[in-house]
Design a protein around this ligand. Structure first.
Ligand code: EPZ
Length: 416
């Protein structure tokens, strides 16, 4: 089992280049199944989730070729297979995007139900509500979701919950439907805008992505073309927090600073200096951080995917902070791992009350999911002594070359 080993106590200094967005890439790859032609996608992150989804679309008939580490050419003109039931498909939460893409292209899909990190159950009722509203029949048999539609007809869909996955999945199913589909109470994350921009580049007619009302006018077919994914908001935020946790001075490059506004404003509240350029943010952090209060919310609120990383910052801030997780019902399980680190955290339901401490102690930690794994790296960077992190595979799902990027910033981190 691969582990990461970190000697804490070094300030991070220098530049880091952010990769393409994981949560855009894992939607755009399945979305290529809708395209009756050749697609070239650039700025893909070189991460395990992309590798797995690339294999999945190949089994469905797409011909894919990696031109380089970050660029893939996909010919989906011969997509014929509507069944993706292999066990590995279910392991990846983002495999649910195969539902919308296959139903949109072929009118049917049989896909293993999605697994992925478990923050207290991750239903897909809003995805199913959308497919049914478009005229599809949906049933779940032996953990396989079977969707069938003779014809997809545009309609109005109101999401009961602001859901990134459901918003994107309904968009995928609607681009080739007949008529107009309106998604209300839609999620507004940057990766949703990126998927809409990709589909429009391929000939779709989508307006309103990034607002809470998205309108899709069905078209006959999507042609080929090329696209470059948006920079990863969560990777960028992870490095900004790592810089703040080590009293560092780091320039996070190749990003869209506006995507980071909620985190930048929280870091400023903590006395961190944030200097914004066109495509970078420089983080200059003091030795002593001020406590603050954070609540995760759908975009443009504070991202739930930066919640574990932010908790580590609050663990070493001066004073009492609070962190409320309002997106997932239980995304604090990882906190039990911090028992020996010396943190002072009280969890009451979906609220963590954190009394900052001076010292964190390096110890043995086990990553429970992707973002908790990233938070454990930040603990290791800040803690005294050595930290060993198990289950690094979780981290590799969403962070490209994390130890190399951190080593370039002066961190003492290596894989064993
Ligand atoms: C996406 O998950 C991301 N995953 C998650 O990132 C991210 O945490 C989440 O959006 C919120 O931003 C990918 O993009 C692959 P949701 P998703 O549907 O789509 C409830 C990471 O680390 N809900 O926006 O599963 C749900 O239970 C991962 O990159 C329903 O009730 O999230 C949750 O409480 C972790 N019914 C809330 O909505 C549904 O049908 C938000 O979930 C769908 C969701």
């Amino acid at each position: 089992m691969k582990k990461l080993c970190i000697q804490g106590g070094t300030r991070l200094e220098g530049d880091v280049i952010i990769s393409g967005a994981k949560n855009a890439a894992v939607a755009i790859l399945p979305a290529t199944l809708l395209v009756d032609g050749v697609v070239r996608i650039e700025n893909l992150p070189d991460i395990d989730d992309v590798t797995i989804l690339n294999e999945a679309i190949q089994t469905l008939g797409a011909v894919t070729k990696f031109v380089d580490r970050h660029t893939v050419e996909i010919d989906a003109s011969t997509v014929y297979e509507y069944q993706a039931t292999d066990a590995y498909i279910g392991k990846l939460r983002a495999s649910y995007y195969l539902f919308g893409a296959l139903v949109g292209r072929l009118g049917k899909a049989e896909v293993a139900m999605p697994g992925g990190c478990d923050f207290g159950g991750r239903p897909i009722d809003q995805h199913i509500k959308g497919f049914k509203a478009l005229g599809a029949k949906v049933e779940i048999v032996d953990n396989i979701i079977k969707i069938h539609a003779d014809k997809l007809i545009g309609t109005r869909i109101y999401l009961d919950v602001v859901s990134v996955g459901a918003t994107i999945n309904i968009m995928l199913a609607a681009v080739l439907a007949s008529g107009i589909t309106t998604i209300e109470n839609a999620a507004k994350e940057p990766h949703i805008v990126d998927v809409a921009n990709f589909l429009n580049k391929m000939g779709a007619k989508i307006i309103g992505a990034g607002t809470d009302v998205i309108r899709i006018k069905g078209v006959e077919r999507l042609n080929g073309g090329h696209y470059s994914t948006v920079p990863d908001q969560i990777e960028a935020g992870t490095f900004m927090i790592a810089a703040a946790a080590t009293a560092g001075d780091v320039c996070v490059k190749n990003i869209i600073p506006e995507h980071m506004d909620s985190l930048s404003s929280k870091l400023r509240e903590m006395d961190v200096q944030i200097l914004e350029g066109d495509d970078y943010i420089r983080v200059i952090a003091p030795e002593k951080l001020k406590a603050t209060h954070v609540k995760t919310l759908p975009y443009p609120g504070f991202p739930t995917d930066l919640q574990p990383q932010m908790l580590v910052l609050l663990m070493i801030a001066q004073g009492v902070s609070t962190l409320v997780e309002s997106v997932f019902e239980n995304r604090f399980q990882y906190i039990t791992e911090f028992h020996d680190v010396g943190a002072n955290i009280q969890v009451e339901g979906n609220k963590a009350i954190v009394e900052g401490v001076e010292i964190l102690h390096g110890t043995h930690l086990t990553a429970t999911d992707l973002r908790a794994g990233a938070a454990m790296i930040i603990v290791g960077l800040r803690a005294e002594g050595e930290t060993v992190i198990d289950n690094v595979r979780y981290i590799d799902r969403g962070y490209e070359d994390i130890e190399h990027k951190l080593t370039a910033l002066g961190a003492k981190i290596y894989r064993i």
